[in-house]
Design a protein around this ligand. Sequence first.
Ligand code: SF4
Length: 225
Amino acid sequence: MPRTEPASAAAPRNDPEPPRDCPLCPRLVAYRAANRADHPDWWNGPAPSFGDPGARLLVVGLAPGRTGANRTGRPFTGDFAGVLLYETLLKTGFARGHYAARPDDGLTLVDCMITNAVRCAPPGNKPETAEEAACRPFLAARIAALPRLRVIVTLGDVARRNVLRALGLKATAGGAGHGAQIAAAPYALINSYHCSRLNTNTGRLTPVMFEAVFEEARRLLGATG
Ligand code: SF4
């Protein structure tokens, strides 16, 4: 069954979640319309953030994959990257239940929320600079709306530079390597290589490397209380 379409008006720019028919990126709106025409049973809208509204950990990805969150409506759900992400969150205590690659699998996040720097699926998983800028107010609002947030894990360069800019910092601030940390009071940022199929298949990112990022997040949360 196609999902119900909510109101199409644009959200206020301090809203952490864009409206289902957000009109701000013409290229992505056209892509959304094409996907709706081809697959009316898919979500085909901005992927809502998922997780605990009282989270102290925020995980920021790039953008919904066409057949992942764009299809299922839950970040990282239904595509390759989600398998490693949710398995790692389960292993490190930031998730509870069982990940079955569908939004009704009962999985819940614990002290953790997942969002994307760009909320709509871009062709080829590559958002344009203007699209990152258009969506950044939603990311800034998402961060601001988490009252207990302390640690932000960024998955890949697009997530890292948009979080930095959303926090009023230069996109080049801090280190860019896997595991690099940036202090952005009141938050600590940890960079991670993206858990994409390309990075894991080439060995650029291993499950051990990925788990270490979330163990470090856990350590930092323990330190901040
Ligand atoms: S990417 Fe963000 S700003 Fe652009 S149309 Fe989608 S929700 Fe709106």
